[in-house]
Design a protein around this ligand. Sequence first.
Ligand SMILES: [Zn+2]
Length: 107
Amino acid sequence: MKLAKKTLFENSKNTQSIMADFCNKCAPEMWGPDTPADIDILQIVENLEYDTYVPCICEGCGLLGIGKDEDGNPQLAVLDPTRERTAEGIPVNWMNYEEFMALPSKI
Ligand SMILES: [Zn+2]
């Protein structure tokens, strides 16, 4: 994973993503296809600087971070339930948007 997590992007446009909400993969499954997502991944990526990410919490799928790599592609950090959380950090798997959207639903 080449994504450099050197800048935490926390301006007013993205403060909503800090709260516990549902992403655009989970919101339609929870509330129906016409429901706008609390965490609109592609919109957040559009507003991110290159090589940065922003933490978030999707209550549905365990999405914990949304990043933008050096080429402008979305990179998603999803909680890895197969590994133990340690004092050093929370285990996540980084993946691209297509891999993320193809994950089986947990709702
Ligand atoms: Zn989700």
